[in-house]
Design a binder for this molecule. Structure first.
Ligand code: HEC
Length: 166
């Protein structure tokens, strides 16, 4: 029976050792998922619901594109960059309101929005060109400039909660 004792000890030790690897046997403290609005950049309250719906769909796409673009730029996946940048630059623009337009979305947006929208398109085109030309220095720089436009527009239009847009 002697050899059984070490064997039992081993058996007993195994689960204990496995337990040691776990951070704790207590249920992990799961951070409560913050409400959607806690994570978001803020709601531009001055935009109509329709304007926000349309913009949000577009921006969710931009958000996904941006992640792929960043990976593409950093890892020099030039074809990926070229494709996404081209899509961004060809995205239908929200047009400026005509003087007597009753169009809710267009009229809800200030001029600066359209200026930045055009800038985004130009910078996406430049990024596409850099990828096409295999100019890696320009690839990095033009990606940086594109990102600046995202930031500029969010900074202008997404006010922190509870304050007016700057
Ligand atoms: C011309 C202005 C403009 C430009 C340029 C712009 N955005 Fe936005 N973005 C907005 C507005 C306005 C909203 C808020 C929409 C809403 O009400 O939900 C927004 C929201 C977003 C959101 C959702 C944020 C949240 O609250 O969860 C993402 C993601 C986003 N933008 C990504 C991008 C990326 C990436 C770029 C650049 C490639 C970009 N945007 C460029 C105006 C812009």
């Amino acid at each position: 029976m002697r050899p059984l004792v070490p064997a039992l000890l081993v058996l007993l030790a195994v689960p204990a050792a496995a337990d040691d690897k776990k951070p704790s046997t207590k249920p992990p403290v799961v951070a409560k998922a913050p409400a959607r609005d806690d994570q978001s950049l803020g709601r531009p309250e001055y935009l109509s619901d329709l304007a926000r719906q349309i913009l949000r769909r577009r921006m969710e796409r931009h958000g996904r594109d941006m992640i792929h673009l960043m990976t593409g730029v950093v890892l020099l996946r030039r074809e990926v960059v070229q494709t996404i940048a081209q899509e961004l630059s060809r995205e239908p623009r929200i047009t400026r309101p005509l003087p007597d337009a009753r169009d809710e979305l267009n009229s809800a947006l200030p001029e600066k929005f359209f200026v930045l929208q055009d800038e985004l398109r130009e910078r996406a085109k430049a990024l596409e060109e850099a990828a096409k030309a295999r100019n890696d220095k320009e690839l990095g720089e033009s990606f940086g400039r594109l990102t600046q436009t995202c930031v500029a527009c969010h900074s202008a239009f997404l006010a922190p909660k509870g304050t007016e847009p700057q």
